[in-house]
Design a protein around this ligand. Structure first.
Ligand code: ARG
Ligand code: ASP
Length: 720
């Protein structure tokens, strides 16, 4: 009986299909798939106002910022908003002891003070087109996977070639729905993007890793840039003569704020999701892979923490590494817990039973999907130990900074072994290694790495079977932590790669004779051993299994769409522009606990704690709080709102995306998700999944009252 109830409950979940909130939709298809629902939820504009090729629309104001963030244009002079954590790298590059913009913030008071960022680009989608028929032209069911791939690749090449010629834009064809649909994307890449402003980290990164992935949140996670172009308003390489970009559209900004239940939508560039995986894959990720990866990262974080708590220099050295390791660690914990809580694997399993029954009833002579689920099971069974072995290589092996650093020298060794070693290439490699050496040692603290190495190696040996780990681990005396520590100490005492001087000596006047110095180094030998293991035992079978899984997934996607013909489907995220929509909403993270939908400056003052690094509060901000000097940016009750939560379905890459109201006016910037909902990359739970945004009024308050950069606000279009 209990089983039946669960099945019925799960079935109910499935047939209900998509809840409001779930989905990252294709802008071009909003008209046919979403407009009605969006309007019924409160939207007062049309799909055509969001995406159109006939007139300017909101999409003209949205850009991919760098490689994995979103930004939006908010003035007719190409002014951009994105997150502080998206601009972090650029802000850091401009920072020095004399000009510490990370610590103090930075505000260009006029255009000549705006700072160029070589290498930083923003990409704008000009138009998209469904080219599925042309991409799949000549593809037949009797083709092998390789033949199929080759045919599609050559079709795509022809499509993009023609498209570029016709329009002068960049053109790219991208696969959607696991290779079932193809879209041609026309884009423009802007290469002169300058830093305009950023709050100090105590505001832009307030809460740091303590609050990361969590709601309630108080981070002023925004920064400002500007697009510059040639005199013809077209993208150009950096040039001091370049002028601010005049966009086809820029986002109006609403000062009206948001209330619970308000309709909102997010336009941005989500990077990767995997919503259509079978239960076996979700089980592998959340039950098998994540737990080891979480443990291995926990080990590193604990050791980092021990040293950074007492040594301010080490804290700065490890700030960025720590943030990176912690971001993934926390995300994985949330993801596994979330799938567990929503019984995600059981839901998928119930769906698979239903699918196979449907497949059985509907099989014909030419299509028979009944074998799909068992084929997935077999492939994932084979993949499991290999995937875990790869995880250990990356998290445990490469988690040792020394090993990761030394692995960068293998290209040099490989090149020099070639009979025709190319002098110019060698020179470039050496130049690059020299700069990597400087960067590495600037932030390297050997005692941390020795301790990390001992702990990671110990975990590796005790948790990976002999056949699934590199052989160097078998030479270590594993009697106790002490004997492993002895091994690590011998390694660190002998290798030259922990000494900046020795590595620079090696690279200065590098000749082929010196290659031996590298190959005989014990740390390098570990790298070689790990690579051999990977080449011989992992790469080939993993590649083959992934190819099988790709084609199974393609057929499964198609079959699911056939089975649920009346439902709408959205494709997994793939770095293309998408629209997510939902409502402003709080949630119940646990029994008896309710989280409100917004936070205020009062909460920052409550968190204030000079003892906790992430909770230091800026003095000037405190003064503005005391005098309640919020001007027109306060809410109706006179409070300064900082952040809000909503049900928009977002993922990595959506950081920096504008959050818009029913009238298509900007009300905030997306920057994170709540911890209880980070499984949304695999399965979305409307009860728990919330995206987190900075309230645009807080951003304007910081720009105006805190930074005195009101001239930037004068450029914007404010709706009172
Ligand atoms: N969790 C957010 C995202 O995945 C923010 C990460 C940056 N912040 C941090 N404290 N590490 O990008
Ligand atoms: N913080 C993420 C980003 O940087 C957003 C997310 O994963 O929700 O894109």
């Amino acid at each position: 009986m209990k089983k039946l109830v669960i099945v019925l409950f799960l079935f109910g979940y499935l047939i209900k299909g998509l809840y409001a909130g779930e989905g990252m939709w294709i802008p071009m298809l909003l008209n046919s798939l979403n407009e009605k629902e969006m309007q019924s939820m409160g939207m007062r504009i049309s799909a055509d106002d969001i995406y159109s090729v006939n007139h300017s629309s909101l999409k003209d104001a949205i850009v991919l910022f760098g490689r994995v963030c979103t930004a939006e244009i908010v003035s007719d002079k190409g002014l951009l908003f994105t997150n502080h954590h998206c601009g972090y790298g650029e802000i850091q590059k401009h920072s020095s002891l004399e000009h510490d913009y990370l610590t103090n913030g930075f505000w260009a008071m006029n255009k000549s003070e705006e700072l160029p960022n070589p290498g930083l680009t923003v990409t704008m989608l000009m138009q998209m087109e469904d080219v599925t028929d042309i991409a799949l032209f000549g593809v037949t069911i009797d083709m092998t996977e390789a033949q199929r791939k080759e045919k599609i690749a050559s079709n795509i090449k022809a499509i993009t070639g023609k498209a570029k010629e016709k329009t002068g834009f960049d053109a790219e064809v991208r696969s959607f729905f696991q290779d079932n649909q193809y879209f041609l994307l026309y884009t423009q890449v802007f290469k002169d993007v300058r830093l305009v402003g950023t709050p100090p980290s105590v505001i832009g990164k307030f809460g740091g890793d303590t609050d990361n992935w969590m709601w309630p949140r108080h981070t002023g996670d925004f920064s400002m840039f500007r697009i510059y172009v040639g005199k013809d308003n077209k993208p150009a390489e950096y040039n001091i003569e370049n002028i601010p970009y005049q966009p086809a559209n820029h986002l109006p900004i609403s000062l009206k704020g948001v209330e619970e239940g308000d309709f909102t939508f997010v336009l941005g560039y989500p990077a990767r999701t995997s919503e259509y995986l079978p239960s076996y894959a979700v089980d592998l990720i959340t039950e098998k892979s994540n737990p080891h990866r979480i443990n291995l990262r926990q080990i590193r974080l604990d050791i980092f923490g021990k040293y950074t708590a007492t040594d301010p220099k080490v804290r700065i050295q490890y700030a960025s590494k720590d943030a990176g390791v912690a971001n993934g660690w926390k995300k994985m914990i949330g993801e596994s817990n979330g799938i567990d809580r929503m019984k995600g694997i059981e839901i998928k399993q119930a769906g698979e039973i239903e699918f196979t029954q449907w497949a059985d009833v509907n099989k014909t002579e030419t299509t028979n999907y009944t074998g799909l689920i068992p084929s997935f099971e077999k492939a994932y069974l084979g993949l499991e130990p290999l995937k875990i072995a790869v995880d250990f290589q990356t998290e445990a092996g490469m988690g040792i900074e020394l090993i990761n650093f030394v692995s960068k020298f293998s290209v040099l060794v490989d090149e020099s072994k070639k009979a025709s070693a190319d002098g110019k290439k060698m020179e470039e490699l050496i130049k690059s290694l020299k700069s990597q050496t400087t960067t590495f040692f600037k932030d390297y603290y050997q005692p941390i790495d020795r301790e990390v190495a001992t702990e990671l190696i110990s975990y590796y040996i005790h948790n990976q079977p002999v056949d699934f780990r590199p052989t160097f681990l078998n030479t270590i005396n594993t009697q106790s932590k002490n004997t492993i520590n002895d091994y690590v100490n011998r390694l660190f005492d002998k290798t030259m790669f922990v000494s900046e001087e020795a590595v620079n000596d090696l690279l200065t006047g590098f000749t082929l004779k010196k290659v031996k110095k590298i190959t005989q180094d014990p740390a390098y030998q570990i790298v070689v051993n790990m690579k051999e293991f990977s080449d011989k035992q992992l790469q080939k079978p993993v590649k083959a299994l992934n190819a099988t899984l790709d084609s199974l997934q393609r057929v499964y996607m198609k079959a699911q769409m056939e089975m649920r013909q009346d439902e709408r489907f959205y494709p997994d995220a793939n770095f293309s522009l998408r629209v997510a929509y939902g409502k402003v909403a709080g949630f119940y993270p646990a029994d008896g606990v309710y989280y409100d939908y917004y936070t205020t400056l009062d909460g920052i003052i409550e968190k204030d704690n000079p003892e906790i690094y992430d909770y230091r509060v800026d003095e000037k901000l405190k003064r503005l709080y005391t005098t309640r000097n919020y001007g027109r940016f306060a809410d109706k009750t006179g409070k300064m709102r900082v952040a809000f939560a909503a049900t928009n379905h977002t993922t990595g890459g959506n950081s920096g995306s504008p959050v818009l109201n029913a009238d298509g006016q900007m009300i905030g910037i997306n920057f994170d998700r709540c911890w209880e909902g980070t499984m949304s990359d695999l399965m979305y739970d409307p009860k728990m999944c919330r995206n987190i945004s900075v309230d645009v009024r807080y951003m304007l308050f910081i720009i105006d009252k805190y930074a005195g950069a009101g001239h930037l606000i004068d450029e914007m279009t404010l709706i009172q």
